[in-house]
Design a protein around this ligand. Structure first.
Ligand code: THU
Length: 160
């Protein structure tokens, strides 16, 4: 038997005003996307903005359905939009923000497990980490230097 420890690291900014100009701009794009989310059931609006290597910013937001499980998260809407519009284009950064019309979202909201798995495919393929920034509606912003740092013991194609 052996025990291992896995650690990760992140930088926490007090709010969006502490971010670099580029990160601040990307987070504002995510906010713009979040405001267009279609989330009449959960009332939880999420926006995602991807900065690509060609300078393009690709946006996504959550899209819900009356048949609840048929909806989709903002991050996967954004990554599939990027992957289908600009195949093989490297991702440099992903910004995520969430708000709710029924509660105060003042804590950073990380991407769900399914989104982490989906996003990891792209980071692995591009052989270069991309930065992930996430926040609630207001308050602290968590910044990690890679997607895989959010996904220890991840599954990938080498196991198939
Ligand atoms: N949601 C996202 O868009 N991204 C996540 O990473 C977590 C959850 C959405 C899905 C659903 O529309 C709503 O937030 C509540 O779960």
């Amino acid at each position: 038997m052996r025990k291992i420890e896995i650690s990760t690291s992140a930088t926490i900014y007090k709010d969006i005003s502490e971010l670099s100009v580029e990160d601040n701009k990307l987070m504002h794009k995510a906010i713009e996307a979040r405001k267009k989310a279609y989330a009449p059931y959960s009332k939880f609006n999420v926006g995602a903005a991807l900065l690509l290597d060609n300078g393009e910013i690709v946006l996504g937001n959550n899209q819900e359905s009356a048949a609840y499980p048929s909806g989709m998260c903002a991050e996967r809407v954004a990554i599939w939009k990027a992957g289908s519009t600009y195949p093989n284009m490297k991702i440099k950064k992903l910004a995520i923000t969430a708000s709710s019309t029924i509660t105060n979202v003042d804590k950073p909201i990380g991407p769900c497990g399914a989104c982490r798995q989906t996003l990891s495919e792209y980071e692995i393929n591009q052989k270069e980490p991309f930065k992930v920034l996430f926040m609630g509606e207001v308050g602290e912003v968590v910044v990690t230097e890679s997607l895989l740092s959010l996904l220890p013991f991840s599954f990938d194609s080498k196991y198939l």
